[in-house]
Design a protein around this ligand. Structure first.
Ligand code: CA
Length: 220
């Protein structure tokens, strides 16, 4: 029995079926990118006597997902704590606030990364608006050893809206970077007393994580 080539086979399909096939292939290509969850994170400082530890940036705390778009709550106490705040005192100089705090994210292994998805500090209650604590400008440094990181670039994100459906911001590095460690050196925030973030993921190119099934975001 003669087996037709793929081209002949596709040409033999009715036009609507061909269109559906092309649509599915394009969708799978777009979703080959994956959201990478760091395996650990270390911060230069953390607000003492609060549930604002850096682990709340990588543990899914405060996130709601419909399988496509994940949003972060404005409740910093949900899930036992859902955000990170830097300390009021800088580790280097206790007379000033740690406004230029840093975080180092470990992806567990070197990954091809093209950017980040960041849910900024989103705390807002009837008596307190902490969205101006959210990070504004920051530098990303990357490498395979924590003591040998090179600059990827300086980026900026908008403040969160202080609502329960904050979709976060996407940061595009401009070109893929393969590295295990990614350091976020905060340069400024949106005017609040200390820097704050809600959740952080990295945008994998899919080269080293394999094709994802349509609509599946199991890294998140
Ligand atoms: Ca969180």
């Amino acid at each position: 029995m003669k087996i037709p080539s793929l081209t002949v086979f596709v040409r033999s399909l009715p036009a609507p079926v061909t269109c559906l096939l092309i649509f599915c292939l394009c969708g799978m290509t777009a979703l080959a990118e994956s959201l990478l969850t760091p395996v650990s994170v270390v911060a230069s400082s953390t607000q003492p006597n609060s549930p604002a530890s850096p682990e709340h940036l990588i543990d899914h705390s405060g996130l709601d997902s419909d399988g496509k778009v994940s949003t972060h709550t404005a409740d910093s106490f949900r899930d036992g704590g859902s955000m990170w705040n830097a300390a009021y005192e800088s580790p280097e100089d206790a007379t000033r606030r740690d406004t230029q705090a840093w975080l180092v994210f470990d992806l567990g292994a070197a990954k091809d990364v093209r950017g980040m998805r960041i849910w900024n500090g989103n705390e807002k209650t009837p008596g307190f608006d902490g969205t101006n604590r959210g990070v504004n400008e920051f530098e990303i440094l990357a490498g395979d050893a924590e003591d040998a990181l090179e600059s990827v670039g300086i980026f900026q994100i908008a403040a969160a809206r202080g609502e329960d459906a904050d979709e976060g911001s996407e940061v595009d590095f401009g070109k893929p970077v393969k590295a295990r460690y990614f350091k976020m050196q905060i340069i400024s925030n949106h005017g609040g007393d200390i820097p704050s973030l809600s959740e952080v993921r990295f945008l994998g190119t899919g080269k080293d994580t394999g094709m994802r099934a349509l609509g599946q975001f199991d890294d998140l």
